[in-house]
Design a protein around this ligand. Sequence first.
Ligand SMILES: [Fe+2]
Length: 207
Amino acid sequence: MAKKRTSKARTITKTGTRKNVSTSSRRKGKTLTSNQKLILHLNEALAIENAAVQRLQSRIKQTKIENVKQRLRAHLDDTKRQQDRLKQLISGLGNGQKSVATKDKAQLPIHTLPKSLTNMFGRTMTSAEYELKAAKEDAIVENAEIILYDMLTHLAERMNAANAIAILSESLSEERAMADWIRTNTPDMVAQLWPEIEDSIVTVEGE
Ligand SMILES: [Fe+2]
């Protein structure tokens, strides 16, 4: 092991550039206090929740499935509480100094289709399939939020921010509950949407 480390160090010294990058990035990482760094990570989560509020509001308007609408409404309330928790943690960690909670929105992790598929989908997809597409996106967003809060709690633990761990864990369990609900509701949702999809299918002899 030790030999491996020595040879790696030699390579870095020889090339020069890698050494500079690693030294400067290490120095860069030390310019924030523990609280300031945690604030930055909390703001990342807040930017995602800010975007999530907007998305949930449009999903509530858009969906025609009543139980989905209700669950999304409940999760919008969760999400607003999550925003408040993050804002309170951010201002608490500021210790009276300026600590700004972001109002900006992050880009949610929603995939875009390649053009070839977008055209085909656009020409052929039923509204039922658009519902399925949106539900898939809901699940992706909620699962991304689980990862976000899970990592944040571990980071807070390392930073000895015990108060933050308890508060972030509440948000984590709400995200898990929402992701679980989407998964368990899927068979019922597909059952509701299937007649419309089935109606749109053309039967070709021999298929
Ligand atoms: Fe969420």
